[in-house]
Ligand binder design. Structure first.
Ligand SMILES: *Cc1c(COP(=O)(O)O)cnc(C)c1O
Length: 238
């Protein structure tokens, strides 16, 4: 299967899953996670009229974004060090992984200098997994309250990576908990858009159950681009 075929088949699966669970397929965005894949993989997707990508590593991402056509856009979905906030503020259409005030403040400072607004999500460690980044569910409200004063950030919702499990219903519980948390926070007016809160949850192996539980953004890598190379691409050679 080609990348173009994989994208069509995932898009079809998203529509079918949404319809099955009485959801509007147009409320679900697909982010193609291109991390560690070469620029040629992104170009193949673009040639098939697909334009939204997710990247995890700042250096790799910035090289790719500089080569990518203007009509493409990129979400940052990896861990960000605060000293990379300037690059993140410049290059991404959304940063999905804001998990601390220091980072939010650094992003806001650079966005102010760029005279720009940035869509962000708060990364929540919904399973309280000691090995995962993200703010704990209990601290999410406090972080969003602090972010309210950062006028260049538009907090649109929550993102999570649940603990790895083969049990789909266990993942479903985490996804449901993220949605319940988002409803509570939306009622407190803590998101930029009260009536449309984004929930970024679900990857190649669990996007169907995530859609069932309310995902509005699914981040899919392997099912589109195949297995990831072990190392970053040498971008200067392509
Ligand atoms: C790598 C990654 C994905 C994609 O995972 P696949 O299993 O390849 O679909 C999604 N989200 C995040 C945060 C990732 O790091």
């Amino acid at each position: 299967m080609t990348i173009a075929e994989n994208i069509r088949s995932i898009q079809k699966a998203i529509v079918e899953t949404a319809v099955k669970h009485h959801r509007d397929p147009n409320t679900i965005q697909l982010v193609a996670v291109s991390k560690r894949h070469p620029m040629s993989a992104i170009n193949e997707a673009i040639a098939a009229d697909f334009f939204l990508f997710g990247e995890n590593y700042m250096q790799e991402a910035s090289e790719k974004i500089k080569m990518a056509p203007d009509k493409s856009s990129f979400h940052f979905i990896g861990h960000i060090q605060s000293n990379k906030a300037k690059t993140a503020a410049e290059l991404f259409s959304m940063v999905e992984t804001v998990d601390r005030y220091k980072l939010a403040k650094a992003l806001n400072k650079h966005l102010h200098l760029l005279d720009k607004q940035l869509d962000i999500l708060i990364q929540v460690n919904i399973g309280n997994d000691p090995n995962k980044s993200g703010v704990t569910p209990g601290m999410t409200q406090g972080l969003l309250k602090q972010i309210k004063d950062l006028t260049h950030l538009r907090p649109l919702g929550l993102m999570t990576i649940p603990p790895l499990t083969k049990d789909k219903e266990e993942s479903a519980t985490h996804f449901r908990n993220l949605r319940l948390l988002s409803i509570d926070l939306a009622q407190q007016g803590l998101f930029a858009n009260k009536d449309k809160v984004e929930l970024s949850m679900g990857m190649s192996h669990d996007f169907r159950v995530a859609i069932r539980e309310g995902a509005t953004i699914v981040r899919i890598g392997t099912a589109i681009f195949g297995a990831r190379p072990a190392t970053h691409p040498n971008l200067s050679s392509i």
